[in-house]
Design a protein around this ligand. Structure first.
Ligand code: GLC
Length: 611
């Protein structure tokens, strides 16, 4: 083997030191050749991994919440990832402030000896929904009603542009849950109750990532929550899915297989259990099924403090840490206790209870995605995409998706579509003029909230914009003032925002008293009543339905409420089809296609207008 004479070796080393000292970045020499983009990803991972200490490897497996770290922490502990939990935003909450925040964290990561960039995750589950001014698309249940995977892919790409403009490079989406019980508070995060619908809508993965990771506005997607989160007994969030392995594979696995076929780069583990065993500690499902049988080579991330739940007690123990890592979790979302996690995992490795091979496998998976994303070459925000946040183009796409998601369930006497001209329309309901309500959970804050929380078009504004100048549109939230002079009364009613277990409905699933009173007031006027239901799931309305002339399921449309008016006035004919069976009675839950029960409206039902 050729060896350079001493003086050449010294000169080479001196050159490298001078280049590095001059801030010209690390020269591609023997000590930093993993930075050479000309090398294969596998080669770069091997070379980088061979230089990493145990501390650096454990740091890569640690995901902390942004509020709980300083820049110095990131550098000192070699943290591999940060997240913004729902509603965890910079102040001011502007796209530019997000980009500045991200770049600040990233520079702290690049200040480590090996200059390994961090990967930053958010829940952009219906647009970049933490950011004020971002385009908020319909939640997944509405997208499932469109039956249009291509449209959903376009929504993924638009979301990825807005996410990229703020620096963020990892999206904890899509939720590919198969919602089997509408009592579940996350039903609206599901594309539908049968596996083929979420499987088809995994097209959004290609929208997020592009045809391959690392292209322009390419963001790492996350197939979540593996596995069976939508099948728990009673629809209890984070509960127990008690099914045979055959049913688990038949109902809940296909959407993940579809996502993996599309190259989804990460999988998030479910809080729920399978037959009494928490998924976060389930070696058979994570390693044997997902990684070995399905050949998943991406990274597996825990849910938020998910490892704490393995033993059913608050907080995590050393046993839970080693159980989760040995089960196959590669990165742990440990928002605040990340220092203790790092120390605990190090102890477990040094005690031989977590094999070094497992640590190396986790690091290979994590580093491979960072190289594929291009983070080593382009670690900072691509601010060209800032202008896409809330852009007219994206809002037009969202409006199109809103219209396509509307499901017309009743239209007595063809009371719809509404005439645009010389009409007199009365609009009522708490959900008619409220961006926050029509967007639902995971909007600006984790739970979402009523009120003007972000720019957009309410359903009422959409109706006013669509009705012609010769028509009258009157709004009264509770319906006061309606009389027989109106030609139609539109009641926009339904659920107020919620997320996760806050949305579980173990009891009644009907409209609230406020909505029932509003509709009764409209009905008393003798005017035809059109109910527009803004909800994250079917509600128990069979008793009231005979008194309604029309019913339109709007789901949770997001910021572009004009899309609802497009269907009410027939600008766009309703084409939506139910993604979930609509109960005739709450006692039927869970109710799903093919279970032999008689629903009010079956899976796949949806009317349209006569030509
Ligand atoms: C939440 C959700 C998960 C989300 C994560 C990070 O608890 O279960 O869907 O991605 O925490 O916000």
């Amino acid at each position: 083997m050729h060896r350079s004479p001493p003086r050449f070796l010294a000169l080479g080393l001196l050159t490298a030191l001078l280049v590095t000292a001059a801030g010209g970045g690390a020269a591609a020499d023997a000590t930093t050749d993993y930075l050479d983009p000309g090398r294969s990803v596998r080669d770069r991972v091997d070379r980088l991994l061979s230089r990493m200490s145990l501390d650096e490897k454990i740091g890569q497996m640690t995901q902390a919440e942004r509020q709980n770290v300083t820049h110095d922490d990131i550098t000192r502990y070699r943290l591999g990832s940060l997240l913004s939990g729902g509603g965890s935003v910079p102040s001011p909450n502007t796209p530019e402030a997000w980009a500045d925040m991200y770049d600040g964290f990233q520079r702290a990561a690049l200040a480590t000896p090996l200059r390994v960039p961090l990967v930053y995750g958010v829940d952009a589950v219906h647009g970049h929904n933490n950011v004020v001014g971002a385009t908020i698309f319909p939640h997944n249940i509405g997208l499932g009603a469109t039956r249009d995977p291509r449209l959903v892919q376009r929504i993924g790409a638009a979301t990825a542009e807005e996410v990229s403009g703020t620096g963020v490079d990892w999206n904890f989406a899509p939720c590919l849950c198969v919602a089997r019980n509408d009592r579940w508070g996350r039903t609206y995060e599901s594309f539908g109750e049968v596996p083929e619908l979420p499987a088809a809508m995994s097209s959004i993965v290609t929208g997020f990532q592009g045809p391959r990771l690392g292209g322009p506005a390419s963001v790492l997607a996350t197939a979540k929550h593996y596995i069976g989160d939508g099948g728990t007994t009673g629809g209890t969030d984070q509960g127990d899915t008690r099914v045979s392995e055959a049913e688990l594979r038949r109902i809940h696995l296909p959407p993940f297989q579809a996502a993996l076929r599309r190259g989804a780069g990460s999988v998030m583990i479910s809080y729920s259990s399978w037959n009494g065993v928490k998924l976060h500690g389930h070696r058979y499902l994570i390693t044997d099924l997902l990684k070995k049988e399905l050949g998943f080579t991406g990274l597996v991330v825990s849910d938020y403090n998910g490892i704490d739940q393995i033993d059913g007690q608050p907080g995590f123990t050393a046993e839970e840490v080693r159980t989760a890592i040995n089960a196959g979790i590669d990165m742990v979302m440990v928002p605040s206790e990340w220092r203790r996690f790092i120390a605990t995992l190090k102890d477990e490795v040094e005690a031989g209870r977590v094999p070094m091979a497992r640590i190396d496998d986790a690091n290979r998976r994590i580093l491979t995605k960072k190289f594929e994303l291009g983070l080593f070459e382009r670690p900072l925000t691509d601010r060209r995409y800032l202008r896409t946040v809330g852009s007219a183009e994206h809002r037009a796409l969202a409006r199109q998706a809103v219209a396509a998601s509307q499901v017309l369930l009743k239209n007595r006497g063809n009371v719809l579509p509404l005439g645009r001209d010389r009409n007199k329309i009365f609009v009522a309901g708490k959900s008619a003029d409220d961006i926050g309500i029509q967007s639902g959970g995971w909007t600006i804050t984790w739970q979402g909230s009523a009120g003007p929380i972000t720019p957009g078009t309410t359903i009422l504004q959409g109706i006013r914009q669509t009705a012609g100048p010769s028509s009258t549109v009157t709004y009264s939230k509770d319906g006061t003032g309606v009389d027989g002079s109106y030609k139609a009364a539109v009641a926009v009613v339904g659920e107020t925002p919620y997320a996760e277990f806050f949305g579980d409905r173990p009891g009644a699933m009907g409209l609230d008293e406020e909505d029932l009173a509003t509709i009764a007031r409209l009905r008393a006027s003798g005017v035809p009543v059109i109910v527009v239901l803004v909800s994250g799931r079917p509600l128990d309305v069979s008793a009231q339905l005979p008194g309604w002339d029309a019913l339109l399921a709007s789901w949770l449309p997001g910021t572009e409420g004009r899309g609802v008016a497009d269907v009410l006035f027939g600008t766009v004919r309703p084409t939506g089809k139910l993604p979930v069976t609509w109960m005739n009675d709450v006692g039927q839950q869970p109710i799903n296609r093919g279970d032999g029960q008689r629903p009010l409206f079956p899976y796949g039902y949806g009317l349209t207008y006569r030509r």
